[in-house]
Ligand binder design. Structure first.
Ligand code: NAD
Ligand code: UDX
Length: 463
């Protein structure tokens, strides 16, 4: 069968896999190839056990794979055959040298750019899908044009706004698709070509064009704004706990102002995920590079409040459990950084678990999708950790439960049954405010939500 277009994506991760699966699913007339340096990951994409858990993903992969969607390690061949190349490699925070702990590590991205230059023989449209520092497209253009005489490249910025856990819905019905391009005839043609790909299922008015630098920067800023809302409400949760206010009531009242809006105002143990912290720190680094220290300080505050919120949660557990956790058994319900994913990157649960272990607690960790990642995150410190998928079994014999991921099923558990199986006094720390706190209190639990007065039986002296 001949296809209308050959599309390649370099990087078969949380973004590359689902994004390309959606393009292939919506556009049977295109041939979509996803390549990666990691053969294990590619083998998983080609198997029944996909490398990532994402509701709805399996279905669309199954329907397109082998027809017009292919996963492979043949990067060079992929580059030679493609007209449009998406680059979706990881861009983690740098851990070494200048900008360590702040700047984006561009080594994987640069390797890809060099590889494209080396193997391309015909005109290519290069699409930045990874989240990158502003002006990276310029560097990409320079690498591509250095020494590859005769082959022309047009670089577009097309940041991805999907959130994990809702990736398929976000890809199928995005708020917007942003395409940044140069205002040259080649840039405009490239933008039109990419617009035509998305227009197969996204209404044209939601496909937004901008200059390339605005596009790159918009991605960092979108994540910074979203994370800022969480840090804002989390900072207020600390005040609510002191002032006997209820952060959910405050969030509701504030969010009903249509200028503010009601989304992303759920107080929590802290935000996690591979993007927020990394992208804000990258933004901060760029501001510092341009000597905009006040701006940098402002955004750095969002990350600082997040660290503070995680610390607060841990210290609260310690102090309410009589300042010692040594030998106590704590059940962690949820290890993923949010519900409906198995991803644990930057999950608050990692820090909570590490700190509880430092306090010599024994841990039982439960999660419906993230236990494999939890095991690898806690490798080396897991002598006193058990991993148990069944939440009832996990909570048995524990002194406390910490709910760290907002999985729906955790709100539905039979807590009366759980209470009976636990050591007394039994504590629940609801790091996601998903439980019915007064009901738990009536069952006998001492309950510690986020940003609300605690429910304890201690004052009544009835333990
Ligand atoms: P990931 O780590 O899951 O996947 C990246 C993949 O790229 C890995 O499989 C890795 O093996 C591969 N890779 C690295 N170097 C390569 C090379 N030279 N050639 C071929 N393959 C290579 O990362 P991710 O979560 O998919 O994120 C990718 C980018 O998308 C990042 O810049 C991230 O900030 C951005 N992003 C992520 C999300 C998200 O929710 N995860 C959302 C929006 C944007
Ligand atoms: C985020 C952005 O939402 C997405 O647009 C971008 O492309 C990638 O980064 P993601 O990190 O996958 O997506 O999930 P998100 O839903 O944003 O949640 C991030 C973290 O914030 C999670 O730990 C979540 O539990 C937490 N969160 C979210 C809160 O604590 N409170 C909220 O109100 C919302």
């Amino acid at each position: 069968m001949t296809f209308e277009r050959n599309i390649l994506c370099i990087g078969a991760g949380y973004v590359g896999g689902p994004t390309m699966a959606m393009i292939a699913y919506k556009c049977p007339q295109y041939r979509v190839m996803v390549v990666d340096v990691n053969p294990e990951r590619i083998a998983q994409w080609n198997s029944d056990q996909l490398p990532i858990y994402e509701p709805g993903l399996e279905q669309i992969v199954r329907s397109a794979r082998g027809k017009n969607l292919f996963f492979s390690t043949e990067i060079e061949q992929g580059i030679r055959e493609a007209e449009i190349i998406f680059v979706s490699v990881n861009t983690p925070t740098k851990t070494y040298g200048a900008g360590a702990g702040m700047a984006a590590d561009l080594q994987y991205w640069e390797k890809t750019a060099t590889q494209i230059r080396k193997h391309a023989r015909t005109h290519k449209i290069i699409v930045e899908k990874s989240t990158l520092p502003v002006k990276t497209a310029q560097a990409m253009q320079r690498i591509l044009s250095a020494g590859n005489e005769g082959v022309k490249f047009d670089v577009l910025s097309n940041p991805e706004f999907l959130a994990e856990g809702t990736a398929i819905k976000d890809l199928e019905d995005p708020d917007r698709v942003l395409i940044g391009s140069e205002e040259t005839p080649g840039g405009q043609r490239a933008r039109e070509m990419l617009t035509a790909v998305y227009a197969n299922w996204v209404p044209r008015e939601r496909i937004v064009a901008s200059n390339i630098w605005s596009s790159e920067l918009s991605k960092l800023v979108a994540n910074a704004f979203l994370a800022q809302r969480i840090s804002s409400i989390n900072s207020i949760s600390a005040l609510c706990e002191k002032a006997d206010a209820d952060v959910e009531e405050v969030a509701r009242a504030v969010g009903m102002d249509s200028r503010v809006g009601n989304k992303f105002l759920n107080a929590s143990v802290g935000f996690g995920g591979s993007c927020f912290k990394k992208d804000i720190l990258n933004l901060v680094y760029i501001c510092r590079f341009y000597q905009l220290h006040e701006v940098a300080d402002y955004w750095e505050g969002v990350v600082k409040i997040n660290e503070y919120q995680k610390e607060r949660f841990i210290l609260n557990m310690l102090s309410t459990m009589f300042n010692t956790l040594a030998g106590k058994r704590v059940c962690i319900l949820g290890f993923a950084f949010k519900a409906n994913t198995g991803d644990t990157r930057e999950s608050p649960a990692i820090l909570v678990a590490q700190r509880l272990i430092e306090e010599k607690a024994e841990l039982v960790i439960s999660d419906p999708q993230a236990l494999r990642n939890a095991r690898s995150d806690l490798k080396g410190v897991d002598e006193n950790i058990a991993y148990v998928e069944d939440p009832y079994e996990a909570a048995e014999g524990c002194n406390a439960i910490a709910v760290l991921t907002e999985w729906d099923q955790y709100a539905q558990l039979d807590y009366a049954r759980i209470f009976k199986s636990m050591r007394k006094p039994a504590f629940i720390f609801d790091g996601r405010n998903i439980l019915d706190h007064s009901k738990l209190f009536d069952m006998g639990f001492n309950v510690f939500p986020i940003g609300k007065p605690a429910y304890t039986h201690f004052d009544a002296d009835n333990l």
